[in-house]
Design a protein around this ligand. Structure first.
Ligand code: AMP
Length: 401
C-alpha cells in the first residue's frame, strides 16, 4: 500500500492544531485542536471530515503535549485514521524559527533538532513548543519521517540589503540579529496561488502579499522569491496587528524603561500583547471594530485609520522595492473577510494602478478571486491562505517514493 497521508501538526505552548490530509487529491480527512493543555479545563475538538461526521469534543485535564497527541491519535483511530496506519507517510511540523540555516523543509534528525533548539533565544515563545510537538510525535511513531516546515524559510532569499538592520555588524552577528520574517508558508502559498489566478508561472510575476490576520505581515515577492518582508527578528516588527504594535521607534523602549520605569518583560508584554488594535481601541477583532465605527465610535475609527495608514506605507514601500507590481494579494482572517480594509488600503492609489471594484470587493467566497476593475494595470486579489495544505505539500514532496 502506498502511504499518501500526511498529518500536519502546529504545536503552540498550550495548544496543538492538527490536520490529516490525503495527498492523492489534497483532501482533508480530519482536523482538530487541543487547547489549554496543562490546565484543568483542556479541550479537544475533533472533526472527522472524511466521513462527514459531527465534530466531537472532550473536556477535562490534558496534562501535557504527550497526553494531547495520544488523545488526538485516539480520536483519529475512532474514524479508522489511526497514526499506526501504513497509509501515513509522514508528519509535517510547523516550526516558527529556522534562522538563516533552514531554507527548505527538512527531514528531522538529531542535528536538526539541535539547531532548532539553538534558535530558542530568537524564538523563545515558539520554538520550545514546536520542539515538544516534534519529540512527542517522534516517540509515537519513531519509524516515520518527521518533517520541519519553517515559517522563516521563504524569506531566506531576502538580499542582505533587506535582511540587515543598520546596526554594528559584529554585535548583530554575535547575537544573530537580523530580519528573518514569519508567515513564510502563507506568503509562499499565496504568492504562487496569485500567479496561478493570473494564469502565469510564479517566476513571471511580482506580487505584494498582505497577510492580515491577528498577526499581520506584508511581503514583496519578485518572480517567486521573497525580496522583503515586514516582520523582522521577531514577529513584532511591521504592520499594526491585533495585539502587536508593529513598527515603533526603538527608543520607545528606552523611554518606557527609563521614564516609565517599566521592566523589559513589562515592555515586551505591552508591545506584543497589549498594543496594536487592542491597545488602540480595546478590540482586536476587525468585525467588532467596524461595528463600533458604524456606531460613531471615535477610538475604533482612529485604530482603523492607524492600521490602514501603516498598511499603505508598506504597500508603497514594496511597490518601490519591486519597481513593477503585477498583483497585490490580500489574505488571512482580515484580508480575506474585511472588504472595508481592502477598500481603504487601496483608496487613493489609482496613480499606482491600484483600485478595487466595489461590487467585486463585496462578494464573499472561499476561492481566489480578483477584486480590481476589469483592465486594471495591477491586479488586486483576495487569495485565501492554506498553511496546512502548504505544509502537507512540502512534507509529502520530501518523503514520497
Ligand atoms: P487569523 O489570524 O488569520 O485567523 O485572523 C483572525 C482575525 O481575522 C480576527 O481577529 C478578525 O479580526 C479577523 N476576521 C475574521 N473574520 C472576519 C470577518 N468576517 N470580517 C472581518 N474580520 C474578520
Amino acid at each position: 500500500m502506498t502511504a499518501t497521508r500526511v498529518l500536519v501538526l502546529n504545536s503552540g505552548s498550550s495548544s496543538v492544531k492538527y490536520q490529516l490530509l490525503d495527498m492523492r487529491d489534497s483532501s482533508r480527512l480530519a482536523n482538530g485542536l487541543v487547547e489549554r493543555i496543562g490546565e484543568q479545563s483542556s479541550r479537544l475538538k475533533h472533526t472527522p471530515l472524511a466521513t462527514g461526521g459531527e465534530s466531537r469534543e472532550r473536556t477535562g485535564p490534558i496534562a501535557d503535549h504527550d497526553a494531547a497527541l495520544k488523545a488526538v491519535a485516539e480520536e483519529l483511530a475512532k474514524d479508522g485514521l489511526g497514526l499506526d496506519s501504513p497509509e501515513l507517510a509522514a508528519i509535517g511540523h510547523r516550526v516558527v524559527h529556522g534562522g538563516k540555516h533552514f531554507t527548505q523543509p527538512t527531514v528531522i534528525d538529531g542535528a536538526v533538532l539541535a539547531e532548532i533548539e539553538r534558535l530558542i533565544p530568537v524564538a523563545p515563545l515558539h520554538n520550545p513548543a514546536n520542539l515538544t510537538g516534534i519529540r512527542t510525535a517522534t516517540a509515537l511513531r519513531p519509524d516515520l519521517p518527521q518533517v520541519a516546515v519553517f515559517d522563516t524559510a521563504f524569506h531566506t532569499t531576502m538580499p542582505e540589503a533587506a535582511a540587515r538592520y543598520a546596526i554594528d555588524v559584529e554585535t548583530a552577528d554575535a547575537h544573530r540579529v537580523r530580519r528573518y520574517g514569519f508567515h513564510g508558508t502563507s506568503h509562499a502559498y499565496v504568492s504562487r496561488a496569485t500567479a496561478k489566478l493570473l494564469g502565469k508561472a510564479p517566476e513571471e510575476v511580482n506580487v505584494i502579499v498582505l497577510h492580515l490576520g491577528n498577526g499581520a505581515s506584508a511581503s514583496a515577492v519578485e518572480k517567486g522569491r521573497c525580496v522583503d518582508t515586514s516582520m523582522g527578528l521577531t514577529p513584532l516588527e511591521g504592520l499594526v496587528m491585533g495585539t502587536r504594535s508593529g513598527d515603533t521607534d526603538p527608543a520607545v523602549i528606552f523611554h518606557l524603561a527609563r521614564v516609565g520605569e517599566m521592566s523589559i518583560d513589562e515592555i515586551d508584554t505591552l508591545l506584543n500583547k497589549k498594543s496594536g488594535l487592542v491597545g488602540l481601541c480595546g478590540d482586536n477583532d476587525m468585525r467588532e471594530i467596524r461595528r463600533r465605527i458604524d456606531e460613531g465610535d471615535e477610538r475604533a475609527k482612529l485604530a482603523f485609520d492607524i492600521y490602514i495608514h501603516r498598511l499603505k506605507k508598506y504597500i508603497g514601500a514594496y511597490y518601490a522595492v519591486l519597481g513593477h507590481v503585477d498583483a497585490v494579494a490580500f489574505t488571512a482572517g482580515v484580508g480575506e473577510n474585511a472588504a472595508p480594509v481592502r477598500e481603504a488600503a487601496m483608496a487613493g492609489l489609482g496613480s499606482l494602478g491600484l483600485a478595487v471594484d466595489d461590487g467585486l470587493n463585496a462578494v464573499r467566497g472561499d476561492e481566489p478571486r480578483l477584486i480590481s476593475p476589469a483592465g486594471a494595470r495591477v491586479a488586486v486579489a483576495v487569495v485565501p491562505t492554506d498553511e496546512e495544505l502548504e505544509i502537507a505539500t512540502q512534507t509529502y514532496a520530501l518523503v514520497k517514493r
